[in-house]
Design a protein around this ligand. Structure first.
Ligand code: C5P
Length: 320
């Protein structure tokens, strides 16, 4: 009897020790991890989906944030106040709403980009304009992805070997606009009300207003493929991803977070300043050595991209 009690005590002690050890060594965010793994089972059909076992992404990525404006988007006054400040908008919320109303008399009322789904694996290349693309020979790798997002006026012609030829989406704002072919989506990043007016007029009567840089009066692009970024999404990127650093996120950084929202696998090309900390381009000589990364927190953005790469949430191609 005594030896039975003794054995029982030893087993109980052993059991309690195991329970204590497991509890001690489990990460504090274990429930979140479990929840994430559970969510992830149905996220996409890639070998590995974006947020798998990755708390860095889990704490930042919010796929319920709507990246695009649609006719029924209800921008909050708070988001409008934030957006107004980025390029010193003087007009009020009423003017914004009236312009957005006009926007959707002309362009599709819902952006047709789809969301990740359990039976698809959408791969995306996000191509920034960094000088590090020069000589990289990334062209075929970029063209291999389902979605290829390019930026502003970055050329493809004469740079095919390094940057590829395919463009499914081109992000731009009026001052950086270029004509597109009939199959490329125009993704407008509006930084002020005039930018919304510009896109309406550039597709109709022509735009003749002024800005800090020359503006195209008309644009050639397919009207059905126009998508407009939601100011609330810009605010989300600034606050959640950049923790309010810099005046506002760069177009390239927002495009990258957009890719995280809509793609299952994200391949990142053409990001990174030159040795002097300037955002030099692969297609032209640097114009001003004092520009650095403009009003954007370039170093912080790049550090985040590196972190995403370390956590294997994106593949970062650093170029040469
Ligand atoms: O210079 P631009 O704004 O046209 O470039 C598009 C984006 O590419 C930038 O917003 C930035 O995010 C990224 N870029 C970069 N390093 C460079 C040049 C651009 O990361 N040297």
């Amino acid at each position: 009897m005594y030896s039975f009690i003794r054995t029982f005590q030893v087993k109980l002690l052993f059991f309690l020790l195991v329970v204590a050890a497991v509890t001690f060594f489990l990460p504090a965010d274990f429930p979140e991890l479990l929840q994430l793994q559970h969510q992830d089972q149905s996220l996409c059909a890639c070998e590995k989906c974006l947020s798998e076992e990755n708390l860095f992404i889990l704490h930042r990525l919010n796929r319920s944030e709507e990246p695009f404006l649609s006719s029924n988007t209800n921008l909050s006054e708070d988001a409008f106040r934030w957006w107004k400040l980025i390029q010193n908008e003087q007009r009020d919320f009423g003017s914004y709403k009236a312009t957005v109303h006009k926007l959707f008399e002309l362009f599709p009322s819902v952006a047709d980009l789809g969301k990740p789904s359990a039976d698809s694996c959408r791969t995306c290349a996000v191509v920034g304009n960094s000088v590090n693309l020069k000589g990289s020979r990334y062209g075929p790798l970029i063209d291999f992805q389902d979605v290829v997002i390019r930026m502003n006026a970055a050329p493809v012609k004469d740079y095919e070997r390094d940057v590829g030829t395919k463009t499914t989406h081109r992000v731009m704002y009026p001052e950086s606009a270029v004509d597109l072919d009939n199959s490329t989506h125009l993704v407008l990043f509006p930084f002020k009300i005039q930018d919304l007016e510009w896109v309406i007029k550039a597709f109709t009567t022509g735009f003749f207003g002024r800005s800090y840089a020359p503006l195209k009066s008309k644009i050639k692009a397919k009207r059905d493929l126009v998508m407009v970024i939601n100011p609330a999404f810009m605010k989300y990127v600034h606050e959640i991803w950049l923790e309010k650093k810099g005046d506002y996120p760069s177009t390239g950084f927002m495009a990258l977070i957009l890719a995280l929202q809509i793609c299952d696998e994200v391949h990142v090309f053409g990001y990174g300043a030159d040795h002097d900390g300037n955002w030099s381009h692969y297609f032209e000589k640097l114009k001003s050595k004092s520009f650095k990364t403009g009003p954007h927190p370039g170093q912080h953005e790049y550090a985040l991209i590196q972190q995403l790469a370390e956590k294997k949430s994106v593949r970062l191609y650093k170029g040469w």
